[in-house]
Structures are given as structure tokens and as C-alpha cells.
Design a protein around this ligand. Structure first.
Ligand code: F6P
Length: 330
């Protein structure tokens, strides 16, 4: 039987996340295993348009399983949003003899992948973003690493907040989703966590919590704010205005996107990279590799893009109960 996929490309697109290199390595290694050539496309879809690529072999992906960032670089391409840009990308696929593309990133990346597949290029998507906000997959590569980075930072902040008996307001990433904020908040024992999925009642959600916590004997306070709620600086100012304490504000920013991926991210990335290439090898394409209850599955891209994932609000209730510091339910 003639092999359908002889040469494939892999690209990373959108915001980077720890574990992307582990995917690139798994894709390249699995391709080699199946006798398929593998090309790394640089800077996401921009690299497809500009024919910017590197041949991946055993040497080029050696020792990158634990390295943060992406050796292929990443970008958000405006040109790819245009018909002309996409035509150029398809022309590059033909010129390079690419029989398929593995696209690693978030929803924007999968929208691009869908466009490519509609133009006749077989694609497989792999979800990677620290926000964990991809509807089709329970888990996205990089989330665990980002949580651990943020937790490490907040633990350090807590030391100095405790010494000075201060209030800390920490902004974590998450433009549209509070997964990172809520997980980190639970893990650090935050006084309050503000997330975009929940309408903010400032007095109840922040001020009352600080006051209850103080009544229960706490002398320092940790408020975690998801980026999507608004500026932590403003939250800090409002706290000062309301109760006179002068919080210290920290915006963790892009530090959350860097660093070595955790074991969970390396392992998930490796399994997903393998599954994407195996699908090509077995003649399938047009899906996103997703984690669902019970394992890793392929979900057709269009269906995957339409799926929604909701933050588990029971986790918010847990946080409320634990952070109440002895205050009874009224
Ligand atoms: O999507 C991941 C993310 O890290 C968001 O949480 C954040 O709002 C955004 O990317 C920041 O993007 P940029 O790299 O363009 O600053």
C-alpha cells in the first residue's frame, strides 16, 4: 500500500506555552518512526506564507522535551487572515510537498487550520495555551506549568506580605478565562479570587473577605485577579479607598508563559504529538487531538471550535469555603 503522508510540517502559533517544544519533538520523532519526513514551519502561519522552515531530524529536536518556549518561534499572522495570504500558504505547502500540517496552539490556530483544510491541506490540531480555555479539550498543554510558575511567585510574595502584614493583589493571565486564577487561588490559599466568569461584587467578594479574614486572625491577605476582570492596580486602589490598607500590586505577566514544562505538560504534549502523526499515518486528518474523560480523542476541527468549556464553579465554592478562615456560613 502506498503511503499517503510522506512529508508533514509542524508549526506553533499564537501565544506560546511551556510544552510546545515537547510537541514538536514528539511530532518529529513519531514521523521518523513511521518513515515520514518532518519540516518545522517557523513563526506559525507567517512561516507558511513566507516559506520559512527548517528540516527537523533527530539532532534538531534532541533535548528539547524539557525546554520552555518554542524552537520554531510563534506569531499571530494578519496576512493569513486574508484570502491572498492563505493562497500563498497553500502554495508553500505544495512547493514543499507537505502532505499534512500539525498546528499547535489555541482557538485562533485551529481557525487557521480549518481554513487550510478547506483549501485541501490535511491538518491536525493540538491544543496548547496556558489559559486552558479551549472548549474541545479538558486540558491544554502549558496550563500546569503556568499554574506552578504563578504558585511559586505567589508563595514568595506571601513571605514578604506576611512579614509586613500587608495585602497583596496579584494579576495572573487569562484574558477571557479564570482557570489559571482559580487553580492558583486554591493552591495558594488566597483570600479572594476574581474571575471573568463571575460578576464582581466588590464589597462582598473583596472587602468582606478581607474583613472576615482579619476577624479570624489573619494579618496578611492575598487577592488573585484574572487579567480579564480588569487591572490589579485599580483593584488595589479600590481596596485602599474602601478600608485604608495600602496593597502591594504585582502583575505576573509573561513570566507565566516561560520556564521548563512540568511533567504533566511534557507527558501530555508527547502523547498528543504522537497521536497527531499516527492519525496522519493511518490516513486520518481534519481533527483536533483532545483530552476528554477517559483519554485522548480526535474531534473534527469544526465541531471542536464550536465546543464550549465552562470553569467548574464548584471549585469557586470550595475556595469560598476554605478562604472564609473560620467565618460561618450565614
Ligand atoms: O492566550 C494566552 C495569553 O497568555 C493570555 O492569557 C494573555 O492575555 C495573552 O496571551 C497575552 O498575549 P501577548 O503575548 O500578545 O501579550
Amino acid at each position: 500500500m502506498e503511503k499517503k503522508f510522506k512529508r508533514i510540517g509542524v508549526l506553533t502559533s499564537g501565544g506560546d506555552s511551556p510544552g510546545m517544544n515537547a510537541v514538536v519533538r514528539a511530532v518529529a520523532r513519531t514521523a521518523m518512526y513511521y518513515g515520514i519526513e518532518c519540516i518545522g514551519i517557523k513563526r506559525g502561519y507567517a512561516g507558511l506564507i513566507n516559506s520559512d522552515f527548517v528540516v527537523l531530524n533527530a539532532d534538531s529536536v534532541r533535548h528539547i522535551v524539557g525546554r520552555g518556549g518554542t524552537i520554531l518561534y510563534t506569531a499571530r499572522s494578519d496576512e493569513f487572515m486574508t484570502e491572498k495570504g492563505r493562497e500563498k500558504a497553500v502554495a508553500t505547502c505544495k512547493m514543499l510537498g507537505l502532505d499534512g500540517i500539525v498546528a499547535v496552539g489555541g482557538d485562533g490556530t485551529f481557525k487557521g487550520a480549518l481554513e487550510l483544510s478547506r483549501l485541501g491541506v490535511p491538518v491536525m490540531g493540538i491544543p496548547a495555551t496556558i489559559d486552558n480555555d479551549i472548549g474541545c479539550s479538558n486540558y491544554t498543554i502549558g496550563f500546569d506549568s503556568a499554574c506552578n510558575t504563578a504558585i511559586d511567585c505567589v508563595d514568595k510574595l506571601r513571605d514578604t506580605m506576611q512579614s509586613h502584614e500587608r495585602c497583596s493583589v496579584v494579576e495572573v493571565m487569562g484574558r477571557h478565562a479564570g482557570f489559571l486564577a482559580l487553580y492558583v487561588g486554591i493552591a495558594v490559599g488566597a483570600t479572594a479570587v476574581l474571575i471573568p466568569e463571575r460578576e464582581l461584587d466588590f464589597d462582598k467578594d473583596v472587602i468582606e473577605r478581607i474583613q472576615n479574614s482579619r476577624l479570624a486572625g489573619q494579618t496578611h491577605f492575598m487577592i488573585i485577579v484574572a487579567e480579564g476582570v480588569g487591572s490589579a492596580i485599580t483593584i488595589g486602589e479600590r481596596i485602599k479607598e474602601a478600608i485604608g490598607i495600602d496593597p502591594r500590586v504585582t502583575v505576573l505577566g509573561h513570566i507565566q508563559r516561560g520556564g521548563a514544562p512540568t511533567g504533566r505538560d511534557r507527558e501530555t504534549a508527547t502523547r498528543m504529538g504522537y497521536m497527531a502523526v499516527k492519525a496522519f499515518y493511518e490516513g486520518r486528518s481534519g481533527s483536533v487531538i483532545c483530552t476528554r474523560e477517559g483519554g485522548i480523542v480526535e474531534i473534527p476541527i469544526e465541531e471542536a471550535l464550536a465546543m464550549k468549556k465552562h470553569l467548574q464553579m464548584d471549585r469557586y465554592e470550595i475556595l469560598e469555603a476554605i478562604a472564609a478562615s473560620g467565618a460561618q456560613v450565614k
